[in-house]
Design a protein around this ligand. Structure first.
Ligand code: NDP
Length: 359
């Protein structure tokens, strides 16, 4: 019986998040994406951080009142993953099939999506933002349950590294939701369509694969990592966070107000009279230093588990390399088309793609 329930749990959680996203109060903000066949910018109803805390509180209450075991999501993770897998495919079909084809191949349309943006209930739900929110919250509930499993298994002999990993993943998610508005200025929002890649990616891959560092280590004993090593691992994480968050925020403020300084950095730009690009601060270090930051954060997270010789946790930062290196190339092509010779000028001024002085 529990296995059947577990199969439907991700669907249930996603539907609750959908309802909360629509019903709870939120901020209405103007985004970066322009509506199709219009010069008007899209509007978004953002309340992700509130829903995050509501869902975590509900999970804690269920655990405290022994309605479910705190590590329930860990115990039944394979059944939940199977349920999320099917739900992810169903949602992908729902967001693709009703819309007109845009490519010759159905499978390309299914994978990459047809419609650019999909909003429901008068804009209270934006499909892309809901997908990211749903994945982030289930990921958080998973990591909390995985950490609880470690505690149940080892008690006072538990590994502090497991808790540090849990704290860093939680920080990563809270940070994302705190700056939810900044996400409106990213590639997924302005350059991608709503299809399997996004829907299945957010509903299945995100909450389960991003938990791989804990999934693969919570049933292992304390490796007794030296305290100063934890300091170095946390430093790697926060260095990555500074690069990623710094670059994203600098660009966000620049797009909103090109004159505005960020952290005391006065924007230096190049322009063709029509369009403008930032060439200093984080955007002067490399053309995508935020991607380097993401990879460093992933590395810091998995090292904290204390099992650097285990292959599974490494899949997490390696996945970022596989995702972001090709994405940088795609973005370069897109920007070359959009900015023309100005982009070449930027490339001359900032020659490194991702890693300063190396790549
Ligand atoms: P960017 O935020 O780097 O956005 C690229 C776009 O920014 C370009 O297409 C261009 O768009 C604009 N741009 C590029 N260079 C400049 C410049 N010098 N001055 C002004 N504008 C510029 O990339 P993403 O949207 O891919 O990533 C956003 C964040 O999300 C990153 O931190 C990334 O690491 C993170 N991310 C996280 C993932 C995760 O799973 N955790 C997955 C993927 C990304 P335009 O000019 O048209 O505005």
């Amino acid at each position: 019986m529990d296995k059947t329930i577990a199969f439907f749990v991700p669907t249930f959680i996603y539907l609750v998040i959908f309802a909360l996203n629509a019903l709870l109060p939120g901020r209405w903000v103007t985004g970066y994406v322009t509506k199709v066949n219009s010069s008007e910018k899209m509007r978004y109803h953002l309340n992700g951080i509130l829903i995050f805390f509501v869902m975590v509180m509900l999970w804690l209450l269920l655990g405290c009142y022994h309605i479910i075991s705190c590590d329930w999501l860990y115990q039944y993770r394979w059944y939940e993953l199977a349920g999320a897998f099917i739900f992810g495919i169903m949602v992908s079909l729902v967001v693709v099939l009703p819309y007109p084809r845009i490519r010759n191949s159905f499978w390309s349309d299914f994978y990459l999506g047809r419609i650019e943006n999909l909003q429901l209930l008068g804009g209270r739900i934006d499909a892309k933002m809901w997908l990211y929110l749903a994945g982030a919250i289930l990921l958080e509930l998973n990591v909390l349950s995985f950490a609880a499993h470690h505690w149940i298994l080892y008690g006072i002999h538990a590994s502090p590294g497991i808790y540090l990993t849990t704290i860093l993943v939680t920080y990563f998610l809270i940070d994302y939701l705190t700056f939810e508005e900044v996400h409106l200025y990213t590639y997924d929002l302005f350059a991608e369509r709503v299809g399997f890649k996004l829907a299945w990616g957010c509903l299945v891959f995100y909450p389960y694969f991003y938990a791989i560092s804990l999934w693969s280590t919570v049933d292992l004993p304390n490796p007794h990592t030296t305290t100063w090593l934890f300091g170095i691992y946390a430093l790697i994480f926060f260095l990555g966070w500074s690069l990623s968050r710094g670059a994203n925020l600098q660009k966000y403020f620049f797009k909103k107000d090109p004159e505005k300084s960020f952290l005391g950095i006065v924007p230096k730009t190049i322009t063709d009279g029509n369009r403008t690009l930032l060439v200093n601060g984080f955007w002067g270090i490399s053309r995508h230093v935020n991607y380097l930051g993401e990879i460093l954060m992933g590395t810091g997270i998995i090292l904290c588990t204390g099992y650097p010789m285990l292959i599974w946790p490494w899949l997490y930062p390696l996945y970022y390399v596989a995702l972001l290196f090709p994405r940088q190339k795609d973005d370069d092509v897109r920007c070359e088309l959009k900015y023309g010779t100005l982009w070449n000028e930027y490339k001359q001024k900032v020659p490194y793609r991702i890693i300063p002085y190396i790549y």
